[in-house]
Design a protein around this ligand. Sequence first.
Ligand code: PGA
Length: 265
Amino acid sequence: MKILILPDAPSACCAVANRMAALLKARPEAVLGLATGGTMEPVYAALIAQAAKGAFCATGFTSFNLDEYVGLAPDHPQSYHHYMRAHLFAPLGLAASNTHLPRGDAPDLEAEAARYEQAITQAGGIDLQLLGIGANGHIGFNEPSSSLVSRTRVKTLTRKTVEDNRRFFAPGETVPGYALTMGIGTVMDARNIVLLATGAHKAQAVAAMVEGPVSASCPASILQMHAHATVVCDREAAGALRMSEYYETVHPEGAEPALTIGPVV
Ligand code: PGA
């Protein structure tokens, strides 16, 4: 695992946007796995700003999102379909046919999950999967106790996740209790993974993910088993890491290491 600690949230978000832009510059037809949530909003804003400057061609990539609430139609303002259109797809001018999210309003959710898995396979798999992390260690909506080899399916959200999501809904509005989410096995099939965490409220989850045991109690800890997983966080989210000094020595301010051969003093 590569652990990149940036001084603050804006620089951490920028570092992630830069990685995505670099991939799209090198491979405009790349397949991206995308995430929603408050953490990703500044990342998408930075990506849109880079595209506007002509840093990469923004209309050639294909995307697959991690999840969608069960019961919400794509035009529901709190649906992840809506979030992605508002925060990324419309500003980039990306054709709807390039973008994929599971349909939480599908009449047969099991068939929808199978269709989604098949669509990812048909696209050739995901080149770069972007992830956030829940305060309870979830990735996508794979809550603690999720099978570490799970595929796309319906998950019941924990009370904590429902409460964390309440801020996006109008007062009194029902917050969905179920989601259709890529499984942990689906996420692990991506060729590269970048997980972004910002803020002190993520510090315990980040420490469990990076330095705890690989365990379904912290679904994100499975990233320890991925050959190309990068964790990007700000100092606050890195606050409970026991070995942060080491990570910062290897990657000062998130930089790639200079490969100098010689004695380590
Ligand atoms: P957040 O959500 O970015 O809104 O904190 C992250 C997640 O739950 O995966």
